[in-house]
Design a protein around this ligand. Structure first.
Ligand code: UD1
Length: 366
């Protein structure tokens, strides 16, 4: 089981829990499944990594590759070199990769060339935007995977269109939602006063929550400045809470972009602390893939600061609206939110908290 960057951790947590449950039920010996976690170290700061293992109850990794940051080629090749040794020594039957980050791609290639089965969780999503590194990672990973676990129907259609056999494709729902529902239950029964943000959380539905980290949005000065101008305007009516990703923090400084005092800048937050804030927000603004889906799962209006999405079900059925990345397009979407009260939606099929069980069920039959 491979995880490397922040959005991967939410996806492996429910699968590890489902495997543990099997072991507790005495089924491990029947299934023969023994999972080991490889953490590539693509994300390494405590707030981007350790905190998530703790928060999400993931067992400590069996292997830590410590690859760190670098250009795409440097990061990907470091992961490949280190992961090859593990494949050689462990000879797993399957390598399970999740999502669309560089760790996903690197480990899928290594496993496949070592003759090991590759299972891709969150397979088949397509933005059709080849300027996104994640789109390249998704396409390459799916082109060599053997088993596909799919979160929404569009993923099934895409994979069939690309020539995959239907017996390789399993529409199982979404492990990200399994994790979300599990964490909601923990949050409701736990003590939130431990959160640093507890003292600053306003009345529900009176504020917005923002995440922003895509290279296309924050690495280009003109684009980032245009987004910031829209955010500063929105913050005049809805104060914004903004946990700042390390990439974005760096770019804010490089470009000298000024955000309004109504935008509270926070360090990266743990999963529960972040959920504690956004679950009661009037509106979420984001360019993250995961948050588009999580807001749909909880019925919170979401404006996605992108021109496209690989997760169309969040638009067709959920609460998500594509707001684009210019000042004008974002403010137009915001005005619709103000007049319409935010897009209503329904929870997509099989986003019921049981995707990991289904995945483990399929793996047991291999
Ligand atoms: C990566 C993923 C992206 C995912 C995002 C979630 C790829 C191609 N991109 O993007 O799909 O949405 O993670 O966060 O895999 N840094 C730190 N501490 C860390 C990690 C990174 O300070 O723990 C800084 C480094 O300066 C680094 C920069 O953040 O250069 C970007 O990190 P990187 O992993 O390259 O890409 P992300 O933007 O995080």
């Amino acid at each position: 089981m491979v995880a490397g960057a922040r959005p991967n951790f939410m996806k492996i947590a429910p699968i590890m829990r489902a495997l543990d449950q099997l072991a507790e039920d005495g089924c491990q010996s029947i299934s023969g499944i023994k999972a080991k976690i490889v953490h590539t170290g693509q994300h390494y700061d405590d707030g981007m990594s350790e905190t998530f293992f703790r928060d999400l109850g993931i067992p400590a990794p069996d292997f830590f590759l410590n690859v760190g940051s670098g250009s795409h080629a440097v990061q990907t090749t470091r992961i490949m070199t280190a992961f090859e040794e593990i494949c050689d020594s462990e000879r797993p039957d399957w390598v399970v990769v999740v999502g669309d980050v560089n760790s996903t791609l690197a480990c899928a290639i290594v496993a496949k060339k070592a003759g090991i089965g590759v299972a891709h969780v969150e397979a088949g999503l397509r933005s059709r935007d080849m300027t996104m590194p994640e789109e390249i990672n998704r396409i390459v990973t799916d082109s060599i995977s053997d088993l596909f676990f799919v979160t929404e129907k569009s993923g099934v259609d895409n994979l069939l269109y690309e020539g995959k056999r239907s017996d390789q494709i399993h529409f199982v729902g979404h492990v990200m939602v399994d994790n979300l529902l599990h964490q909601m239950r923990l949050l409701e029964s736990g003590d939130s006063s431990r959160f640093v943000v507890a003292g600053m959380k306003p009345t529900p539905k009176t504020y917005a929550f923002l995440t922003l980290h895509r290279p296309a949005n924050v690495d280009d000065h003109h684009t980032f400045a245009g987004i910031a101008a829209a955010l500063n305007t929105i913050a005049e009516t809805y104060p914004i809470f903004f946990p700042v990703h390390p990439r974005t923090r760096k770019q804010l400084n490089v470009f000298g972009i000024r955000l309004s005092d109504q935008i509270t800048q926070l360090p990266p937050l743990g999963f529960q602390e972040s959920l504690y804030l956004w679950k009661d927000a009037a509106l979420v603004l984001t360019d993250s893939g995961g948050l588009q889906e999580e807001t749909t799962a909880l019925g919170i209006p979401c404006l996605t600061l992108r021109d496209n999405t690989e997760r169309p079900v969040t638009i067709e059925e959920g609460t998500n609206v594509l707001a684009g990345t210019t000042t004008e397009s974002i403010l137009t979407a915001y005005k619709s939110f103000l007049t319409g009260g935010g897009k209503a939606g329904r929870v997509p099929e099989l986003w019921d908290g049981r995707a990991a069980e289904r995945i483990v069920g399929v793996l047991r039959r291999q």
